[in-house]
Write a protein that binds this ligand. Sequence first.
Ligand code: DX5
Ligand code: ZN
Length: 229
Amino acid sequence: MNSFPKSPGIRMAPSLLAADFTRLGEHVDEIERGGATVLHLDVMDGHFVPNLSYGAVVIEALRDRSKMFFDTHLMIEEPKRYAESFVKAGSDLITFHIEVVKHPEAMVAHLRELGVAVGVSINPTTPVSAIESIIDDVDLVLVMSIWPGFGGQKFMPEVLDKVVELKKRLGPHQRLEIDGGIGPKTVGLAAKAGVDTLVAGTAIFRQPDPVAAMKQLYSLAVDAVGEAG
Ligand code: DX5
Ligand code: ZN
C-alpha cells in the first residue's frame, strides 16, 4: 500500500546519492538489514539543479530487492511530466519542488490519482507561505537545508525557523523532513526544531560503517527531542 507511514517518531532516511554507485544494491541491503525503513532517492535533471543523478530505471531495479519506503525527491523542472514513471518504478512518495510548479493543487491531484503519497519541498529561501494552497493536502513537507544539487554541503541553520513554523502548522499525520548537511553536529538541531524524517547521505554512506553511522545519528536525534523511539 502506498500510504505514507502514519506512525509518530523519528526516522532516518539514508540518501543513496552518497553511496558507491557500483554497489547500490549491496548498500540498500546493508542499511535495510541495519533497520532503515525509508530510502531517500534523489532525482536531478541538470535544469532545476546543476547536476544529474539517476532516474526511474535505477529505482525500479532497487524496488525488487527492498521493502523500504521509497521516498523519491524530484529535483526536476517538470515533475508532472515524469511523476507516473517514478510511481511505476516503485516510489511510495513523490516529493516535488514548489518552485517549479505553477498549479500546485493540480500537481497534488495528479499524484493522488497515481495512488502515491505526496510531498512538497521548499528551497532554503522559499517561505512556508509558498505552499499555503496545498499545505493541508500533502503527506510530507521537505525543507531543504542546502541548495539542492549536491551532497556533502554545509547545513544552513537559518532554515530551522521554517521547521519550527511548519511543525506548528502541520497536522499530526503529516511528516516534516529535512535534507542537506545532516550529520552528528546538526541532526539534533533539526530534530529539536520539529523534523521527524532526517535525510542523510554523506554522514551515512561515506562512513566506514554506514549502519553504525545511521544508528548514531538516530540516537542523537532521539536524545535531542527526549523521546523513546
Ligand atoms: C541534494 C539531495 C540530498 C543529498 C544530501 O540535493 O537532495 O538528499 O543527498 O546529501 P548530504 O546528506 O550529504 O548533505
Ligand atoms: Zn534529497
